[in-house]
Design a protein around this ligand. Structure first.
Ligand code: NAP
Ligand code: G4F
Length: 329
């Protein structure tokens, strides 16, 4: 029987990969999209004819309930959030409204419309904050940003609806995952785009913040597969999803510049304005439980990921130059 899924955050990085995955499995896919004054569907334009978009906002309970009524989903993937950690210090209240209370709004809409719907919550390794690695499902949470605090609320709201109402509600505690579709404000994409622009002569220098922070970076396509697997399991549980390999921002920068035969020392300067009020120093996840229970493992390595991002940004910037009519030599 054809399954139906509703994805909040379908216009984001993960939403676009998840929609592709579900379509490939024969799902009917709906996406909740908030109103914007300009078109914001670049990441899903290639599948626009295969999905149905429903207007709605995580800030608006009625619109979420309407979306559930219209789509009648078997599964809901709650990916919408204010997801940029740095912004959460300048907009802490709004981050809480989207990223924390937004989860309760979706859970409450499911409870009242159809509690049999399976629910996936996009929890985050940011919730571990200052807890040292390796981080597992059993590690302590100590978030270090308003974003991390908000995600922790959403995480426990999901557990609470599972325990209070017997709902099939799961959280994936996902470590950083990236792709050529990553927003330009996140460090991997900022680096891949700057490297491409420096190589093509469009940019002279790149500024960066904390070079010593360490992250466990994987490929978004591998991680949306884990989301789907969680909702196919026999019982609802929470899982850490990670590669188990941690790299510093410095290693990321070095790797990306080397791909285009440049030495980052010649181009990169640290800008103290990019340092965060409180940093998450060291993330490295242990996804043994997901491997054992779901059979999940990542396919793409850190080096392959950075390579693909730099390559795509080189191609995209070349297209921009070509469209502007500038000489590419
Ligand atoms: P993203 O690219 O920033 O996408 C966020 C999505 O949320 C966008 O589609 C955005 O819509 C939507 N959104 C924001 N506020 C909304 C609102 N009030 N109502 C409806 N939609 C709203 O994020 P991502 O990287 O795909 O991440 C997906 C989810 O996983 C997020 O919850 C993020 O916090 C979480 N997560 C991500 C990572 C990671 O490394 N990528 C790791 C752990 C957890 P617009 O297009 O209109 O802005
Ligand atoms: O790429 P980032 O902005 O990602 P961050 O803060 O780790 O958050 C991402 O991963 C979380 C999972 O752990 C998600 F929940 C969240 O939604 C998001 O997807 O920063 C990564 C690291 C940080 O330590 C930051 O301080 O890179 C460091 N960094 C150094 N210079 C920089 C920069 N980050 C950004 N964005 N820009 C810089 O210039």
């Amino acid at each position: 029987m054809t399954k139906t899924a509703l994805i909040t955050g379908i216009t984001g990085q993960d939403g676009s990969y998840l929609a592709e995955l579900l379509l490939s499995k024969g799902y009917k896919v709906y996406g909740l999209v908030r109103r914007s004054s300009s078109v914001n569907v670049e990441r899903i334009s290639h599948i626009a004819n295969d999905i149905t978009l429903i207007p709605g906002d995580l800030l608006d309970q009625t619109s979420i309930a309407n979306a559930i009524r219209q789509s009648q989903p078997d599964e809901i993937y709650n990916l919408a959030a204010q997801s940029f950690v740095a912004t959460s210090w300048s907009q802490p209240e709004l981050t809480g409204q989207f990223t924390a209370l937004g989860v309760t709004r979706v859970l409450e809409a499911i409870r009242t419309e159809n509690p049999k719907i399976r629910f996936y919550q996009a929890s985050s390794s940011e919730m571990f904050g200052s807890t040292p690695p390796p981080q597992t499902e059993k590690s302590l949470f100590h978030p270090r940003s308003p974003y991390g605090v908000s995600k922790l609320y959403g995480h426990f709201a999901t557990i609470n609806y599972r325990e209070s109402y017997g709902m099939f509600a799961c959280s994936g505690i996902l470590f950083n995952h990236e792709s050529p579709r990553r927003g330009l404000e996140f460090v991997t994409r900022k680096v891949s785009n700057c490297v491409a622009q420096i190589k093509l002569g469009l940019l002279d220098k790149m500024t960066i913040g904390n070079l010593d922070a360490r992250r466990d970076w994987g490929f978004a396509g591998d991680y949306v597969r884990a989301m789907w697997m969680m909702l196919q399991a026999d019982k609802p549980e929470d899982y850490v999803i990670a590669t188990g390999i941690s790299k510093s921002v410095r290693e990321l920068v070095d790797t990306a510049f080397k791909i285009v035969d440049l030495d980052y020392h010649d181009y990169v300067t640290v800008d103290p304005a990019l340092l965060r009020p409180a940093e998450v120093d060291f993330l490295c996840g242990d996804a043994s439980y997901a491997r054992e229970k779901l059979g999940w493992a990542p396919d793409v390595t850190f080096e392959q990921l950075v390579q693909s991002m730099v390559k795509e940004d080189l191609q995209r910037n070349r297209r921009i130059i070509a469209a502007s009519g500038a000489d590419l030599r």
